[in-house]
Each structure stands twice: as C-alpha cells, then as structure tokens.
Unconditional design. Structure first.
Length: 202
C-alpha cells in the first residue's frame, strides 16, 4: 500500500511537470514562431534593416500596395499610391492614410505580409508605421509612411526569377479599450515628464 502511494505521488509530480512544461512551451511558441518567420520570410513575413544596402542593382521590380481593416475597426484605410517601380536595392517611400470614421477613439495595430509569400525573405523595411500602435480620435486622419527596399540578393535566387511584382498588404486590428486606456495613460505620463523637464530648465 505504501509503495502504491509513493508511485501515485511520483506520477502526480511527473504529470505536473509535464503540464508545466507544455504551458511554458505554448508561451514560447509565439515568439519562436515569429522569429522563425522573420528569419526565413515564411508566410510572406518581411525583413527589417537599420540602413539601406550600399549597392543598387539593375533589375526593376514593381511594388503594389493593399490595405484592409478588421470588422471592429471603423477606419477608412487606403494606400496613397497603388504601385511604384524601383531597382532592387533602391530605397522606396510609400504612404497610407487612415481616417477614424467613428465617434470613439481607437487604438489600432497593423499586421503585414507580402505576396508572393516567397518574396518575404527579400522585402525589407527600414521604417514603418506598423512598428508602433496607431491611435486615431474621432474624425482624425493620419498619414502613415513606410520606407523599404528589395534586397539585391533576390537576383541570385532562381526561385524568384519569375517574380516581377510584390504586393505589400496591411490589416489594422482594434487593440481594445484596455490597451487604449493603457496607451493613453503612458502618453499622459510622458507628456507630464516633458512639461516638468521644461519647467525645471526655465
């Protein structure tokens, strides 16, 4: 009987460890998957760079722009240009505009990808509005820039020889009231610090 009790206790400890391990892996899965997508371009995930390449290639490609919003984001969101052409390695600048058509302040976050999906490994952003959350008050309009280039190494990938056009797509999602209140609170604190700093200098 004592042995059976010990075995049961050991089994409970082992099962508890397994459950804890599975929970830990589930939380780690999201950042690991995100890292995997960024490194490989999987699913059309784009790359990020701090600066532009030093060389501009001869190959010319077209970049098209697409904009969507989720059902709970009452924004008019659209690209300011439908398409641009540029050499690989050349830095491009494009703009989107977003207008809040509702009577409520909304905090939005944009997800993004490119198609064809295999081009994600070579489409690189230097700066983008999607790197930060965007807040729009009722009737407010924002002009949202994205700076990008197509990696010149794309010419060495035979799998991309058939690609002449890349479509960059964004979708805005509502972050919810709790996230909005937290964001506004942080902005108020930053503004208060700036005012205090200016007052002390004067």
């Amino acid at each position: 009987m004592a042995l059976s009790t010990k075995r049961k206790s050991l089994m409970l400890v082992v099962l508890g460890g397994v459950v804890c391990g599975m929970v830990g892996l589930s939380f780690a899965a999201v950042p690991l998957y995100d890292l995997f997508c960024r490194v490989t371009g999987f699913g059309g995930t784009t790359q990020i760079a701090e600066s532009a390449p030093t060389e501009i290639g001869e190959r010319i490609m077209a970049v098209r722009f697409n904009a969507d919003v989720s059902n709970d984001v009452p924004w008019r969101f659209k690209p300011s240009q439908l398409e641009v052409e540029l050499h690989v390695g050349e830095v491009g600048l494009a703009f989107y505009t977003a207008t809040n058509q509702s009577t409520e302040t909304i905090l939005g976050s944009a997800t993004f990808n490119v198609t064809p999906l295999k081009a994600g490994l070579y489409f690189t952003k230097v700066d983008c509005f999607c790197f930060e959350e965007q807040v729009l008050r009722p009737g407010e309009t924002a002009r949202l820039p994205v700076t990008f280039f197509i990696d010149p190494d794309i010419v060495n990938d035979r799998n991309l020889d058939d690609v002449t056009t890349i479509t960059l797509s964004y979708t805005f999602f509502n972050q919810g009231e709790e996230a909005l209140n937290s964001y506004l609170g942080e902005q108020a604190q930053l503004a208060s610090r700036d005012i205090d700093g200016t007052t002390k200098q004067n």
